[in-house]
Design a protein around this ligand. Structure first.
Ligand code: NAP
Ligand code: G4F
Length: 323
C-alpha cells in the first residue's frame, strides 16, 4: 500500500520540494492550494502530470475545506507547511497572520483529532520564535523563546498547540524548529532571493540598484531541499518530538550581499542602498542554531553558506526574467 500524505502550502518553496521528495519515495500525494486571482503553481507545475499527485483548493482558515479533504483522504501523514511566512508583512497583517499561522494550525489539529487521529502531523515551527531569547547562541530545543513579531508569536502559539495535542490527546503531533533555509525557489520578497535576483538583473543590465533594510542582522542560512529531508526524517521517528534544524553557521546580510555581488565580479557598494521602509518595528538581530539533536537521528546539512549564495546567483543569472 502506498503511504498517503497531505501537504498544506504545496505551492511554496518547502511545499514544492517536499512534494518532489514524497513522490520520489512512492507516496500518494495530496496538495492543498489557495485560490488566488492569478496562477501561483509555478513551483509545482512540473508535478501535475504525475498520476499520484492530486491538488485541491483549501485554506487553513477555512475548516470545512480542510475537513472535506482530510475525511476523504485519511492521510498517513499531514505536513503543515502553509503559512503567512513573511515576518515584516506580519506587522502589517497581524490578525490574518494569527488566523492562518495559529488558528489554521488549530483547525487542522482539531479535524485530525476528530476525523483521523492516527494521522501523523508535522508543524512547521520557526527560529523566529526564539526572537531575542536573552541567552547566548547557539539556540536549541531548550532555549527560552521571546518572539519579536506577530509571525513569531503566531508560530509560538502553534508550537504550544502542537505540544498540547501531542501530550493531551496522544496524537503524533511533531515539529521542527527550522532556521532560515533558501533555494532558487525562495519567494522574491525574502532577502536572499531579493539579492540574488537583483545581482543577476544588474549584471544583465536590467536593473540599476538594490534597496535593502538592516544589513547587520545575522542569519543561519541552510538549503531548503536538505531541510525538507529533515522534516521527513522527523515524521518517520517512533515518537513525536521537537527538533532544531540548522547549519550552525551564521552570517550577516552584508556578507550575503558581498558574496553575491563578488560571485559575478561586481562591487556591492556601488549598487546597494538602504531605506527605512525595509526596517522592522522589532528585529531579530542574530539567529544561530544548534542541530545536535537531529544529527543524532541521522540528518546533517551539506550545503555551506557560499554554496547556497552561488547556487542562487547561478540560477538567477540563467533565469533573469523569472518573477
Ligand atoms: P512560502 O514559500 O511562503 O510558502 C508558504 C505556503 O503557504 C504557500 O504555498 C502559500 O500559498 C501557503 N499559504 C499561505 N497562506 C495560506 C492559507 N491561509 N491557507 C493555506 N495555505 C496558505 O514558505 P516556505 O519558505 O516554503 O515555508 C514553509 C513553512 O515553513 C511555513 O510555515 C513557514 O512559516 C515555515 N518556515 C520557513 C522557514 C524558511 O526559512 N523558509 C523557516 C522556518 C519555518 P500561496 O502560494 O498561495 O501564497
Ligand atoms: O529574508 P527575511 O525576510 O527572513 P526572516 O525575517 O529571517 O524570516 C524567514 O526565516 C524565518 C526563520 O527564522 C522563517 F520562519 C520565516 O518564515 C522566513 O522564512 O529577512 C532576513 C533578515 C532580517 O533581519 C531582515 O531585517 O534580512 C533583513 N533584511 C534586510 N533587508 C531584509 C531586507 N529582509 C527582507 N525581507 N527584505 C529586505 O529588503
Amino acid at each position: 500500500m502506498k503511504k498517503k500524505a497531505i501537504i498544506s502550502g504545496v505551492t511554496g518553496q518547502d511545499g514544492s520540494y517536499m512534494a518532489e521528495l514524497l513522490l520520489s519515495k512512492g507516496y500518494e500525494l495530496h496538495g492543498l492550494m489557495r485560490r488566488l486571482s492569478s496562477f501561483a503553481s509555478g513551483r509545482i507545475d512540473h508535478l501535475f502530470s504525475n498520476p499520484h499527485f492530486h491538488t485541491y483548493h483549501a485554506d487553513l482558515t477555512d475548516s470545512p475545506s480542510l475537513s472535506g479533504i482530510i475525511s476523504k483522504v485519511k492521510p498517513d501523514e499531514f505536513y503543515n507547511l502553509g503559512a503567512m511566512s513573511h515576518v515584516k508583512v506580519s506587522f502589517e497583517v497581524p490578525q490574518y497572520t494569527l488566523e492562518t499561522n495559529t488558528v489554521g494550525v488549530l483547525n487542522v489539529l482539531e479535524i485530525l483529532r476528530t476525523l483521523s487521529p492516527k494521522t501523523k502531523f508535522y508543524q512547521a515551527s520557526s527560529s523566529e520564535m526564539f526572537g531575542v531569547p536573552g541567552v547566548p547562541p547557539p539556540f536549541n530545543e531548550t532555549t527560552p523563546m521571546n518572539p519579536q513579531s506577530p509571525y513569531g508569536v503566531a508560530k509560538l502559539a502553534a508550537f504550544h498547540l502542537t505540544k498540547q495535542y501531542r501530550d493531551g490527546y496522544g496524537m503524533f503531533a511533531t515539529t521542527g524548529i527550522l532556521f532560515n533555509h533558501e533555494s532558487p525557489r525562495r519567494g522574491g520578497t525574502f532577502v536572499t532571493k531579493k539579492v540574488s535576483q537583483a545581482v543577476a538583473r544588474i549584471k544583465h543590465g536590467m536593473q540599476d540598484s538594490l534597496v535593502l533594510g538592516n544589513l547587520d542582522a545575522k542569519r543561519d542560512w541552510g538549503w531548503s531541499p536538505e531541510f525538507v529531508e529533515a522534516i521527513h526524517l522527523i515524521m518517520q521517528q517512533k515518537k513525536p518530538d521537537v527538533y532544531v534544524v540548522a547549519t550552525g553557521e551564521t552570517h550577516t546580510i552584508k556578507e550575503f550581499v558581498e558574496e553575491a555581488f563578488a560571485h559575478v565580479g561586481l562591487d556591492w557598494k556601488k549598487y546597494v542602498k538602504t531605506d527605512k521602509r525595509y526596517i522592522r518595528p522589532n528585529e531579530v538581530p542574530l539567529l544561530l542554531g544548534d542541530a545536535s539533536k537531529i544529527k543524532k537521528i541521522g540528518w546533517k546539512p551539506k550545503m555551506k553558506f557560499k554554496d547556497i549564495v552561488h547556487a542562487m546567483i547561478d540560477y538567477d543569472m540563467a533565469h533573469p526574467h523569472d518573477n
